[in-house]
Design a protein around this ligand. Structure first.
Ligand SMILES: Nc1nc2c(c(=O)[nH]1)N[C@H]1C(S)=C(S)[C@@H](COP(=O)(O)O)O[C@H]1N2
Ligand SMILES: [Mo]
Length: 178
């Protein structure tokens, strides 16, 4: 039995109706578009139990369900020079990823958790999960992804946390994270 995932955030869940939720994908792409949660659920699903490591000193295995982010890249077709992605929550919370990390097999847009829907307190209806980076990269309540030619520092990164968000070596060993 896995431990329950804590709810840790600066803003708390939005009040908006999940059925109205949209993910917009824009910026330096050939085909900007929006997805409803239903449209994301119709794409090939991915399920994986992966480590989740918070900078505050907790880490655990979590079973997620969603779609691989690379599938979205195949749809929108990043333009040459689009090397970074910025992820926006409904709030002022943001973070960014280098495009190679966005294409990594393990990077997911998540709508399911432990065989159910992703709870609102953990970022439902939709969050990013980047299991090989510290969890502040894993933006909850994801509403927009924008492709850019430069790194845009995230909420915690403008407040002093490292933009690489590397997981400490001993924790990487514990979970065999490459
Ligand atoms: N929108 C939003 N996403 C966020 C955060 C936040 O404050 N707001 N906190 C991050 C941090 S620091 C952690 S550890 C994880 C916690 O995810 P959980 O609440 O599902 O455990 O969410 C990340 N994503
Ligand atoms: Mo965190």
């Amino acid at each position: 039995m896995l431990r329950k995932l804590p709810a840790l955030d600066v803003e708390g869940p939005p009040l908006s109706d999940p059925r109205q939720w949209q993910l917009k994908v824009d910026g330096m792409v050939e085909r900007p578009r929006a997805y409803s949660i239903q449209e994301l659920r119709e794409l090939e699903p991915a399920e994986a139990t992966m480590p989740f490591v918070c900078v505050e000193g907790w880490d655990m295995w979590v079973k997620w369900k969603g779609v691989k982010l690379r599938r979205i890249l195949d749809d929108v077709k990043p333009l040459p020079g689009a090397c970074w992605l910025t992820f926006y929550a409904y709030s002022e919370y943001t973070d960014s990823l280098f495009i190679d990390d966005a294409r990594d097999e393990r990077t997911m847009l998540v709508y399911g958790y432990e065989d159910g829907d992703l709870p609102a307190e953990n970022g439902g209806p939709l969050r990013l999960v980047v299991p090989f980076k510290l969890a502040y990269k894993s933006v909850k309540w994801l509403q927009r992804i924008s492709f850019t030619d430069a790194e845009e520092l995230g909420y915690w990164e403008t407040r002093g946390y490292p933009p690489e968000a590397g997981i400490p070596e001993e924790t990487k060993m514990k979970y065999s994270i490459r």
